[in-house]
Design a protein around this ligand. Structure first.
Ligand code: B12
Ligand code: SF4
Length: 544
């Protein structure tokens, strides 16, 4: 046991606290994951742990604070029950945020208002992607929210809590925004975290037995890398993380093995935007997981061109446990792919799907319907193309422009038909299309989904193909698809409200913010020379 004084001294050092004695007061912190009504949260009837909040919780636990997580997604809990539990807990500081940050925002607003009514003296801190960019509007209109953390949370939240605890000037904490004397103070951007292994995930904040996915498999979300060097102009994630970085492949594989052996985790949902950016590093990770000799299923997202590049190592993907990759293909039309700066080609997308099938990896292709004004002809073309690609699964989405992306400018004059922010979840049409009413688009989308998922090839893959894991994945997806299908029909015709004379996109959200897309300060990394296998990175944002 450490002598008390030495222990306090270490805490003081860890928390950067200038006033030694004040560290005796451990902060009582409650992290709240609000419930989300989106299909991705509710339809599978299973929950994945909120990784972003666990990432924030880990460093706070290490700094010696009393940290608890209330995951209201589980259940989900009613708002009244959440407020009751928060009041019972009586935290000094309440942290809130959600990974589906845009559509979850109205829920955060409603809950925080109620927390403030019940507990007038707590400090409420809000973080995540949406508040990172919309902090000015939020601080101006939501007085119950005290502070907003901008960008990745681990380092900033640790410094912020230390500053609150020590009574330091909050303006000295980089990467936050708050109100002072009626003015909104925005501090300089926080430094991007150089070493992702320097912070740990607070796994002990959750009971892993309560989380599952992919049909009852005990599941977690993990993140090997952050960011993406590509330049897709509609992407709401690439700028947020500033630059592509990754964890140590060996340590990451060990963490997977530890979760599997100690907690029985069977499924890893990779949170990475693009984990395969660097072939050599990705290969090292696959080999490190294989060396652990564990049976885990890994699902995630990647790009078609990386799959084609990795044709010679796809067997390692599968051996490491990759059973399904979502391919963010977005569109089947070359001209549109160019306009959205996807940097991919239709032939590459098709080849990636073929290669994945050859290696027993399911392909889930995303398809965004309305990047541009569309007509029946475009739908016929899309269906033909999708049948030619022949992905195992498709996920149809609607364009959902974020203010901090380049695409926002392109679409700024289009009218908004969905005023309810909770529906800005990629599964609802939010922008008007001049040539087609929403019901017609909806029917086309549903028809294409039906053709794709009920075509003989897809049925064969679901029920008769020899690969058990692929059969399992197909059947799980079909089950989810059936539920989503009914839910969406019901919502479209009986629940959702759309307007016909709505504001333009620019009027709805405000001025474009793409010049502030990167909320972090980037510094030069001291890395070994680029491997010959490394493909992209030249496109990364400038070093400051
Ligand atoms: C895994 C995942 C899911 C999983 C599980 C989510 C879960 N339990 O957390 C499932 C499949 C259920 C899912 C569903 C949905 N998802 Co999803 N999902 C992801 C994915 C791939 C990873 C999320 C993640 O863990 N990221 C890693 C963590 C570390 O990042 P983070 O959450 O942003 O947290 C960091 C910072 O933001 C900050 N921070 C976050 N919160 C807070 C709070 C405080 C107080 C502080 C200080 C800091 C802080 O610190 C963290 C550490 O640095 C992301 C894409 C991505 N790469 O992020 C999409 C993503 C979050 N999903 C998205 C969407 C749209 C959805 C759905 C609405 C889809 C639908 N229609 O059903 C639903 C929403 C429900 C939900 N639970 O999120 C969008 C959100 C876009 C937006 N701006 O709103 C994303 C970004 C995908 C994309 N490319 O656009 N999703
Ligand atoms: S490849 Fe994916 S993560 Fe990367 S910029 Fe494009 S959409 Fe975003």
């Amino acid at each position: 046991m450490l002598p008390a004084a030495a222990y306090l001294g270490r805490l003081a050092a860890r928390r950067n606290c200038s006033i030694y004695l004040k560290v005796q007061s451990v902060m009582k912190i409650l992290i709240v994951n609000p419930p989300h009504s989106a299909i991705g949260s509710r339809i599978p009837r299973e929950q994945l742990p909120p990784l972003g909040l666990l990432c924030v919780g880990g460093p706070l636990l290490d700094a010696g604070h009393d940290v608890t997580l209330l995951d209201a997604e589980l259940g989900p809990l009613s708002h009244t029950e959440i407020v009751r539990q928060v009041v019972m807990h009586r935290p000094q500081v309440l942290l809130i945020g959600h990974s589906g940050s845009t559509s979850a925002h109205p829920t955060v607003v409603e809950l925080t208002r109620r927390f403030r009514e019940e507990l007038p003296s707590i400090t409420i801190i809000y973080g995540g992607v949406f508040p990172t960019y919309h902090f000015r509007e939020i601080l101006a209109h939501e007085p119950q929210i005290d502070l907003i953390v901008r960008g990745e949370g681990e380092a900033t939240v640790s410094r912020l809590i230390a500053a609150i605890e020590c009574g330091d000037d909050l303006a000295s904490v980089e990467g936050i925004a708050f109100r002072r004397d009626g003015q909104i103070v925005e501090t300089p951007p926080a430094r991007m975290i150089e070493d992702l292994d320097a912070y740990r995930v607070g796994w002990e904040l959750i009971d892993l037995k309560r989380y599952s996915y992919y049909g009852g498999k005990r599941a977690v979300v993990m993140q090997f890398s952050r960011g993406c060097p590509h330049l897709c102009n509609y992407c709401g994630q690439r700028g947020f993380w500033a630059r592509w970085r990754h964890r140590d492949p060996q340590k990451f594989a060990k963490e997977i093995a530890w979760l599997h052996r100690t907690h029985g985790v069977e499924l890893i949902n990779l949170a990475d935007e693009n984990p395969t950016v660097n072939k050599a590093i990705w290969r090292e990770l696959c080999e490190a997981i294989i060396a652990e000799n564990i049976k885990v299923t890994i699902i995630g997202s990647t790009r078609a061109d990386d799959i084609v590049r990795d044709a010679d190592i796809l067997h390692l993907y599968r051996k490491a446990g990759i059973e399904r990759f979502l391919l963010g293909m977005e569109n089947t039309d070359e001209a549109t792919l160019k306009k959205i700066r996807k940097g991919s080609a239709t032939t590459t997308d098709r080849e990636a799907i073929r290669l994945m099938r050859q290696h027993g990896i399911l392909s889930l292709a995303t398809w965004v319907t309305d990047f541009e004004e569309i007509t029946d002809r475009d739908f016929v073309h899309s269906l033909r193309q999708l049948l030619w690609y022949a992905p195992d699964q498709i996920m149809s989405l609607y364009v959902t422009p974020h203010r901090w992306t380049g695409y926002y400018r392109v679409a700024a004059e289009r009218r908004v038909i969905q005023l309810d922010q909770r529906k800005w979840d990629y599964k609802h049409q939010v922008l008007e299309t001049i040539h087609m009413p929403p019901w017609r688009i909806f029917l086309w989308v549903k028809f294409i989904e039906l053709v794709m998922q009920a075509r003989p090839k897809a049925l064969w893959r679901s029920f008769l193909q020899p690969d058990r894991a692929a059969r399992y994945g197909m059947r799980w997806f079909t089950r989810m698809g059936r539920r989503v299908f009914f839910h969406e029909w019901w919502s479209f015709f009986f629940r959702d409200r759309r307007v016909s004379d709505g504001p333009t996109l620019g009027q709805f959200w405000g001025a474009p913010q793409d010049h502030q897309e990167i909320p972090l300060r980037i510094f030069r990394q001291h890395k070994p020379a680029k491997s010959a296998e490394q493909t992209v990175a030249a496109d990364s944002p400038p070093v400051i």
